[in-house]
Design a protein around this ligand. Structure first.
Ligand SMILES: *Cc1c(COP(=O)(O)O)cnc(C)c1O
Length: 354
């Protein structure tokens, strides 16, 4: 079976972990600090605060930026639930809007229509590794005096107009879960240009402490371990090559599947293909038949977040509903073996009849 995702862990990661274990410094320490400094190069030198997950990065990033009870945050409903959970965990309310069917990312016109009295922030998601419409959203946010918080959990290395994702918003969050474009096991990164937001994020990460036992605010233990950071440093060094491989695999699939509704990239965008997502009819049937042919697939995501029990809203978001019915992700990760892309495209052509 060709898996839909496969974390690549090699000798360098093993050696890096061994060194940390031998050092005796297992919790947050010099590896975390070094990882933050190296990750900053991916986001034009912004402040980076490493935490224990992408969800935590979103949650603490929102809190550090001042989002709280009474605030509304505009989010797409077609995303991983963690996007909206982070808003709710701050005591704020997510306001769900529809997506642009061409990119699967939040629809800027829908964002505009959803801005109200209590709106405090807009939270675009760079879904599947495709950059959201940050220029339009940035203009909108400026006019309305709103924060932009980027959910970049799937988009390490993506860009728009030559500018990397993670540098458009007041705050951005990345995830290092094993299936993402790079991993630390579990982990996340808060990114911000604002030194005060960075300081707040560091306080919230570490029980409200900058100096030991002089706790300034009520905080979490959301620290990343040095073991995780050591893995992340090696992975970060491989990210550019891995993203190039994903893009190459995506290009081959697009070229070999002319009759299939394959993903588009906006003209000035860099798509890093966290997922390569096609639209098909009878999606579940197609997935089952591909599985029979040894091709693993994924459905991200089958249920609109606003329909999940935690939110349970009756909204009319037709493109979100259609995407939930039609999307099917095919493997393009850098762990694919010689010949896998041919096997995938042959199987998809047979099954979809294209
Ligand atoms: C993975 C992901 C998250 C959460 O990251 P974790 O590290 O799993 O907590 C949030 N938003 C999106 C869009 C994601 O893909």
């Amino acid at each position: 079976m060709i898996p839909i995702a496969k974390p690549l862990i090699g000798d360098e990661e093993r050696e890096a972990v061994d060194q940390v274990l031998a050092s005796g410094q297992l919790a947050q320490g010099p590896q975390v600090e070094a990882f933050e400094g190296e990750f900053a190069r991916l986001v034009d030198g912004r402040h980076c605060v490493a935490v224990n997950s992408g969800t935590t990065a979103l949650h603490l990033g929102l809190l550090a930026a001042g989002i709280g009870p009474g605030d509304e945050v505009i989010v797409p409903s077609f995303t991983f639930a963690g996007t909206a959970h982070a808003v709710r965990l701050c005591g704020a309310e997510p306001v769900f809007v529809d997506i642009d069917p061409a990119t699967f990312c939040i629809d800027a016109a829908a964002v505009d229509a959803a801005v109200g009295e209590r709106t405090a922030a807009i939270m675009p998601v760079h879904l599947y590794g495709h950059p959201a419409a940050m220029e339009v959203i940035g203009t909108l946010a400026d006019q309305a005096g709103l924060l932009v918080v980027e959910d970049a959990c799937q988009a390490h290395g993506a860009a728009l107009g030559g500018r990397p994702v993670g540098t458009f918003g007041a705050v951005a969050a990345f995830s290092f879960y094993p299936t993402k474009n790079m991993t630390t096991g579990e982990g996340g990164m808060i990114v911000t240009h604002d030194p005060e937001v960075a300081r707040q994020a560091r306080l919230l990460r570490n029980q409200g402490m900058e100096r030991q036992y002089e706790n300034e605010v009520v905080g979490f233990n959301a620290r990343m371990t040095d073991v995780a950071a050591a893995i992340g440093r090696v992975q970060l060094g491989r990210l550019a090559d891995w993203n190039a491989t994903r893009q190459d695999h995506a290009r081959q699939l697009i070229d070999s599947l002319p009759g299939v509704d394959t993903p588009e990239t906006v003209a000035d965008g860099v798509h890093v293909f966290h997922q390569f997502t096609v639209r098909v009819e009878q999606r579940d049937d197609v997935a089952a038949r591909l599985k029979d042919r040894g091709i693993g697939t994924g459905v991200y995501y089958p249920i609109p977040v606003h329909r999940l029990p935690a939110f349970d809203l009756d909204l009319d978001l037709p493109e979100t509903a259609r995407a939930c019915r039609e999307v099917l992700s095919l493997p393009v990760h850098p762990g694919l073996l010689e010949g896998d892309i041919d096997r995938i495209s042959t199987a998809v052509s047979e099954v979809v009849g294209a």
